[in-house]
Design a protein around this ligand. Structure first.
Ligand SMILES: O=C(O)CCC(=O)C(=O)O
Ligand SMILES: [Fe+2]
Length: 210
């Protein structure tokens, strides 16, 4: 009995969120939202079972492959425009469908689509951007789950240039709310010391009537 109580208290402590008070943004980070054992299995299965794509985007008039791989998944109406290209969602993978229910519960929100990004190692990255596509509405709520290799996650205020550097470690969940996508940019920079695979899932909500 004592052992069970200790374990659940420990689990609760691990799941305590950390709140960041930033101007024009509300950020919450659960550093250990998912157990190591669960994330290891999930990482492997998503890696093996999804049809990872490396689409080309237009950059300064040239067509270049994105420096990572991705999958866009969600409810059928959740179309997503990215650098001039329209992506149709693939159907929910059963593991991700189960996961979104847990993420919804933790974040008190209803996500209905997710962009999965696969970074082979620290050479793969994502440049400065905001998740402010019009289909996400005025103040998008974004939940970001990280599996595998810990990577740096930088935020920069568009006007004041204030910066925040976070480490998104294995099993962490980051919730971005408020005016975050309007006032802040974020990126996953190159990190030559990061040698192994990371998969990140950013859960989003797109209303059916857009
Ligand atoms: O991989 C990450 O942590 C960031 C992903 C991201 O910013 C996005 O999917 O828009
Ligand atoms: Fe993003």
């Amino acid at each position: 009995m004592t052992a069970i109580l200790t374990r659940s208290t420990e689990q609760l402590k691990l799941q305590q969120p950390r709140h960041f008070s930033l101007p024009d943004a509300e950020l919450t980070l659960w550093p250990n939202w998912m157990s190591e054992a669960k994330s290891r299995v999930l990482l492997q299965q998503l890696c093996d079972e999804l049809d990872w794509q490396q689409p080309a985007i237009r950059l300064y008039g040239k067509s270049v492959a994105i420096p990572r791989q991705q999958v866009w998944m969600g409810d059928p109406h959740c179309h997503y425009r990215y650098s001039g290209t329209r992506f149709m969602p693939v159907a929910w993978h059963p593991l991700v469908r189960a996961l979104v229910a847990d993420v919804n519960r933790s974040c008190h929100h209803t996500f209905n689509c997710v962009l999965l990004n696969h970074y082979r190692d620290g050479h793969q990255h994502m440049g400065w951007h905001a998740d402010n596509e019009p289909e996400l509405g005025a103040h998008p709520v974004i939940a970001s789950l990280s599996l595998g290799q810990a990577r740096r996650f930088d935020l920069r205020h568009r006007q004041t240039e204030e910066q925040l550097q976070l480490s998104l470690s294995d099993g962490s969940l980051l919730l971005m709310k408020g005016a975050c996508q309007q006032y802040w940019l974020h990126r996953v920079p190159k990190q030559s010391k990061a040698t192994s695979l990371r998969i990140n899932l950013t859960f989003r909500y797109i209303p059916a009537t857009v």
